[in-house]
Design a protein around this ligand. Structure first.
Ligand SMILES: [Zn+2]
Length: 101
């Protein structure tokens, strides 16, 4: 993936921070080409295949994590607030999306 793609993800507000209140649980996602990926910038974890390959081969990080870092630096993160009662449905939908190959 090129820097161009990262720029596109950020300009389309594809880096999302989902905050659940009142517990303050949160989930980061990045909208990819075909689906949305779940990632954790603090753990440097991403649910995509690139992450798996990079991690196994080059010990690198995928472009979703790079995009998240860049969006944080630029203040271009899309922040969305939910209530805790929506958490289970949200995670369920996200996992379905990730597991759908
Ligand atoms: Zn990724």
């Amino acid at each position: 993936m090129t820097v161009d793609n990262i720029g596109k993800v950020i300009s389309s507000r594809g880096v999302k921070f989902h905050l659940f209140v009142p517990s303050n649980r949160n989930i980061w996602t990045v909208v990819g080409k075909e689906k949305e990926y779940w990632l954790d910038p603090e753990l440097a974890f991403c649910s995509c295949e690139d992450y798996y390959y990079n991690e196994m081969t080059k010990n690198g990080i995928c472009y979703h994590l790079k995009a998240t870092k860049t969006a944080q630096e630029k203040g271009a993160v899309e922040k969305i607030q939910f209530t805790d009662s929506e958490f289970d449905d949200f995670v369920g939908a996200l996992v379905d999306d990730i597991l759908e190959l």
